[in-house]
Design a protein around this ligand. Structure first.
Ligand SMILES: Cc1cc2nc3c(=O)[nH]c(=O)nc-3n(C[C@H](O)[C@H](O)[C@H](O)COP(=O)(O)O)c2cc1C
Length: 158
């Protein structure tokens, strides 16, 4: 017997997380991205991280075909970016500052850190796919993390 969905969300919402935007490029080269808080580190040797992507998210099919993707860890002043990359929008990158990595991955300006990943494996789990990436590069930015807790955004005390 599974737990009631609302109770499950309430329970998981008591766990504070950071917020990332997963970015990659579509087959035609256009950038795509999606807000996620399911990011976690998985292994040190090799260096692996994971994100869980909803089967119903548009990003799911882009991630299925992507050999490379980037994890942009948001900075405390990037709540608007978190909202943008979670909402319906004809072009989520419209007006958003970003640059392309050497490998062509979209990297968001002002991120607290960026991990560049090569697809390692993926597992089906319920209505999500757990995508594992091997970290091939990265960069650290300035600032504090954007935090997410019980459906709201928070900043660490200065
Ligand atoms: C703070 C936050 C965290 C989220 N974490 C995830 C996540 O880990 N995995 C996921 O599939 N969706 C997550 N979402 C929801 C997606 O961002 C959103 O459903 C998706 O962008 C829907 O748009 P799409 O179907 O156009 O991709 C999160 C949303 C927010 C605001």
């Amino acid at each position: 017997m599974a737990i009631d969905g609302a109770v499950f969300r309430q329970l998981c919402g008591r766990f504070p997380t950071g917020v990332v935007v997963i970015t990659t490029t579509m087959n035609d080269g256009r950038p795509v991205g999606m807000t996620a808080n399911s990011f976690t580190s998985v292994s040190l040797e090799p260096p692996l991280v994971s994100v869980n992507v909803d089967h119903h998210a548009a990003m799911h099919c882009h991630m299925a075909g992507a050999q490379r993707f980037a994890i942009n860890i948001l900075e405390s002043r990037q709540e608007a970016l978190s909202r943008r990359f979670a909402e319906e929008h004809p072009d989520r990158f419209d007006g958003v500052g970003y640059r392309l990595s050497e490998g062509g991955l979209p990297l968001l300006d002002g991120a607290l850190a960026i991990l560049e990943c090569a697809r390692h494996t993926a597992f089906e789990a319920g209505d999500h796919t757990i995508v594992i990436g091997e970290v091939t590069g990265g960069q650290v930015g300035e600032g504090r993390p954007l935090l997410y807790y019980r459906g709201g955004y928070y900043d660490l005390p200065a």
